[in-house]
Design a protein around this ligand. Sequence first.
Ligand code: FNR
Length: 386
Amino acid sequence: AALDKMLTIADLKERARRRVPKMFFDYADSGSYTESTYHDNESDFQKIRLRQRVAVNLEGRSLASTMLGQSIAMPVAVAPAATGGMQVADGEIKAAKACEKFGIPFTLSTMSVCSIEDVAENTTAPFWFQLYVMRDRPFVERLIDRAKAANCGALVLTMDLQILGQRHKDIRNGLSTPPKFNASSLWQMMQRPEWCMGMLGTKRRTFRNIAGHVSGVVDLGSLSHWTATQFDLTLNWKDVAWVKARFGGKVIIKGVLDPEDAKLAVEHGADAVIVSNHGGRQLDGAPSTIRVLPEIVDAVGSQTEVFMDGGIRSGQDVIKALALGAKGTFIGRPMLYGLGAGGEAGVTRALDIIAKEMDTTMALMGERDILDIGPKNVYSNDMVRN
Ligand code: FNR
């Protein structure tokens, strides 16, 4: 009932703030350095204006679409996000279930709490798996094989995290490597009894894609140390080929923000690209994703599917991204806030809110089919060239 009162993603965010220990809520609600890119991702959507058309028959509207040839209920997928399982116990399983019921793709992060196998055992629809290429290539090969064995529908290869953009809040909260749990963090957890009970009730509390799969990595300390030394500074376009060959399925390149990189991704075999600045968590000062989307669609849109993420907080935002050429979108924080606000039901609520907003917005624009949304539906400005 409490969730029914949540009318917007912002409502879910405020409910999550009250239910999740501060350090984990802050981890989701932060960008790197000054957070300028994090904020631009959201605020640049407000600069785009939609075209209202009237007196069109609005019966029989449809949000159904496809991403990578897969039929989906609406062109919105859940983005990979580390620590979904820290917003609420078993978070990734809960989010995957919500997506499965809704009929949209769920993407599991390499750095998730629940493992590939945990999610596979608890769902039936194929989910997507996000891969970080670590220096330990035999581990990465095993990870790819595990994703394959779990029947993952696509691999999302993230290219924008060879080095970590600093997020000040995490350091101040002790979410460093290794984590520094102190009186303050314990106090933060104790203030969230329901969250604590959930965590005590599950065995899934570390990065289970890694723990137990690398020798010597057993607890949070050894795990964080291993992870911190594992991001690969030498990652380059040539790596796409072996990842693709090993996986044998579709590979989506995530973290493209420049048309030249989009062309390189396509040259190196990308089946799709995600225009992303990692939700403003990496290069602070980079432009918002909605701003650069049109030039990337111009560069590679005729050869590959272009998806985008960053700053989507409503159905209106999804419609704007589609109008500017995205074939599909991803949501990161709206899913995390949903988890914090109410677990699986919270994620379902987030998806319901976005779907309802998309449907109404489309109708008020005089459109019945989401597949018809395009440049004609928005006004030209400095971001939209049509
Ligand atoms: C992320 N993101 C991310 N991306 C990725 O490829 N692997 C990961 O493990 C993570 N982890 C992660 C954790 C948290 C807390 C956040 C907020 C984000 C980035 C994510 O996939 C996506 O690009 C952004 O979240 C999109 O922006 P919005 O929707 O959060 O504004």
